[in-house]
Design a protein around this ligand. Structure first.
Ligand SMILES: NC(=O)c1ccc[n+]([C@@H]2O[C@H](COP(=O)([O-])OP(=O)(O)OC[C@H]3O[C@@H](n4cnc5c(N)ncnc54)[C@H](O)[C@@H]3O)[C@@H](O)[C@H]2O)c1
Length: 257
């Protein structure tokens, strides 16, 4: 019986994978047999992450806002294996200003990294995937792309945009065998969230029904599922991996009294 979770023989590009969620997704993809191209602007961390995963992982410097860089990354993957089966658009930056103090320059910058780059990445791999007869694109949005979260004007707008772009991709590319889905992590412990004081472990995030922050591997599992044939009929989905955060408030009202 074939293992539908296997990624053996697949080549997957994961952006922003020097650390955090992307690095964990890369680890899980390699564990399932994929050849992974890890990309990031953090060269030292990216090289170290790839080295730690062995010969099936390679690192490339890649600024996701640069179309030339995308061409170089795709050419590298094609030269190495002749195919691109998966793309995980994971690179991103977070922000935390109120609408009133967010600047136009900063808003544009965040949209460029978190949204326009996802569009460029999709555009780059679609022709290659079509040639292969299919593929899987996993766009990392956020819980902030499913609800209005205070202090996330640029970030929230970018992540809602990623969710919308994913739907368009799914509709346009379904018959080409290219599945496009978005993953919406809740509060997960990574260098990004550690930098704003999020702590690991039980009891550290009472906002979520599950009462804790997530671990990078819990997002990674969703990503490798969507990359694999186990998700062969899943496209256009928005998979919240958030401990129930976007399901509803944790305050318990007594109804009907
Ligand atoms: N950690 C969370 O709680 C959480 C929640 C929701 C969504 N996310 C999303 O998950 C993704 C990964 O986040 P993370 O928590 O691992 O953060 P992280 O900061 O640890 O990792 C993000 C990576 O993206 C890279 N990056 C930033 N700008 C780039 C650019 N222009 N080109 C290439 N790489 C670039 C960074 O160098 C970094 O390595 C992001 O898109 C983030 O918005 C994270």
């Amino acid at each position: 019986m074939t293992d539908k979770n296997s990624l053996t023989g697949r080549t997957v590009i994961i952006t922003g994978a020097a650390r955090g969620l992307g690095a964990e997704a890369a680890r899980l993809a390699v564990a399932r047999g994929a050849d992974v191209v890890i990309t990031d602007v953090l060269d030292e961390e990216g090289e170290a992450t790839a080295a730690g995963l062995g010969p099936k992982a390679r690192f490339l410097h890649h600024d996701v806002t640069s179309q030339e860089d995308w061409q170089r990354v795709a050419a590298f993957a094609l030269a190495e294996s002749g195919r691109i089966d998966g793309l995980v658009n994971n690179a991103g930056v977070s922000t935390g200003q109120p609408l009133e103090t967010e600047t136009v320059e900063h808003f544009r910058k965040v949209i460029d990294i978190n949204l326009t780059a996802v569009f460029i990445g999709m555009k780059t791999v679609i022709p290659v995937m079509k040639e292969n007869g299919g593929g899987s694109i996993v766009n990392i949005s956020s819980a902030a792309g499913l609800m209005g979260l205070a202090l996330t004007s640029s970030y929230g707008a970018s992540k809602w945009g990623v969710r919308g772009l994913t739907k368009v991709g799914a509709v346009e590319l379904g018959t080409a065998g290219i599945r496009v889905n978005s993953v919406h992590p809740g509060m997960v412990y990574t260098p990004m969230t550690a930098s704003v004081g999020i702590q690991q472990g039980e009891g550290n995030y009472p906002n979520t029904p599950m009462g804790r922050v997530g671990e990078a591997g819990e997002i990674g599992e969703a990503i490798v599922f969507l990359l694999s044939d186990a998700a062969s009929y899943v496209t256009g989905a928005e998979l919240a991996v958030d401990g129930g955060w976007t399901t509803g408030p944790t305050v318990k009202y007594v109804m009907g009294q």
